[in-house]
Design a protein. Structure first.
Ligand code: FUB
Length: 336
């Protein structure tokens, strides 16, 4: 997060990408290519007048809009409201970062929301078109918890749902998939909490297995430590495959980096490799990675357009470069 004294106008002048959408605020972009077009599934940020707190209650989003781009340099067309919280029977508030998948001609929107008792769970809604409108299932996905679902479609047709975020996302309250109020983040020398992953069943609306914790290790095979805030998992998991390897990427939260690790299985373990994006304006950073026309793109957000209001963000995209070893070159959102 650039220093608060930094002149936002000078950052805007140096920004490597303009906002894709300026009519409304959008964040947490999950991008997929369906039938030759890029579809972006972001959060829809609003100013709901909720006071700021450490739980992120001011992120009080109520609906989702889907955006379509016919090419990477085309306009991001707002396809309208895809789902509203009032149409989700189990959810009370806070539609946070979503993702989507396609199977057998149907589209599945995965989204977190708080139940009336204040606990986050993950729901699914179904549509016949990539842009919706989506019809929510009456109950959240059984066994789901926390936030930030990201679905990965593997080459063999299996779909894996990654999820979880600490602090306001409540992941620190879970051990072995069970919630306890007394649970907190592990001490600094203990292994950090990892994101969770579960394969989806053939119907795409339930887990086929109990969620597993994903291990992220250093070059010596040791789990990243909870005190390693510059590298440890915080929220925003994303999985993609590049030249046969699985790449897990995530946000480090309070140190504001996007990082990645590589592995040989969608379940991990993943070995830490480095950073993808340095700090953006605004507290949160959240992304997706998607290929189009033989090039790779990072979709991300910042809060420049709102003058740095952390819950009023704008989605952006920039080309990603891999070197000959498959390492991703770190991007600086406002130049070097
Ligand atoms: O948009 C609300 C939350 O902020 C997301 O779920 C997190 O990943 C962070 O971007």
């Amino acid at each position: 997060m650039p220093d608060e004294t930094t002149d936002l106008a000078s950052l805007a002048a140096r920004a490597i990408s303009p906002p894709l959408v300026t009519r409304i605020y959008t964040a947490d972009p999950s991008a997929h290519v369906f039938d030759g077009a890029i579809y972006i599934y972001p959060s829809h940020d609003i100013d709901g007048g909720v006071p700021f707190n450490d739980n992120g209650d001011h992120f009080c989003m109520e609906d989702y809009h889907v955006f379509r781009m016919d090419s990477p340099d085309g306009e991001a067309v707002d396809c309208g409201v895809a789902l509203h919280v009032k149409d989700v029977p189990w959810a009370a508030r806070q539609l946070w970062a979503p993702d989507a998948a396609r199977k057998d001609g149907r589209y599945y929107l995965y989204f977190p929301a708080k139940r009336p008792d204040g606990l986050f769970q993950i729901g699914v809604a179904v549509a016949d078109r990539p842009e919706g409108p989506f019809q929510a299932e009456p109950q959240p996905i059984e066994g789901s918890y926390s936030i930030d679902p990201a679905v990965y479609a593997d080459d063999d047709g299996a779909h894996y749902l990654y999820f979880g975020g600490i602090w306001g996302g409540q992941l620190q309250k879970y051990r072995d998939n069970a919630w306890a109020e007394a649970n907190e983040e592990p001490p600094p020398d203990a292994p950090a909490l990892g994101p969770r992953v579960a394969r989806l069943d053939a119907g795409m609306k339930q887990f086929a297995e109990a969620p597993r914790e994903v291990a992220i290790v250093d070059e010596a095979g040791r789990p990243l430590r909870a005190g390693d805030h510059a590298r440890r998992y915080f929220e925003a998991p994303w999985l993609h495959k590049y030249q046969g390897r699985y790449y897990l990427s995530w946000s480090t939260g309070d140190t504001h980096f996007l990082c990645y690790a590589t592995g040989d299985s969608p379940y991990g373990p993943f070995t830490y490799q480095g950073r993808i994006l340095s700090e953006v304006v605004g507290w949160t950073t959240h992304h997706s990675i998607c290929a189009y026309g033989g090039k790779w793109y990072l979709f991300y957000h910042d809060a420049l357009l709102s003058g740095g209001v952390t819950h009023l963000r704008s989605i952006k995209m920039a080309e990603l470069q891999h070197d000959a070893q498959g390492r991703i070159a770190m991007l600086h959102p406002y130049g070097d």
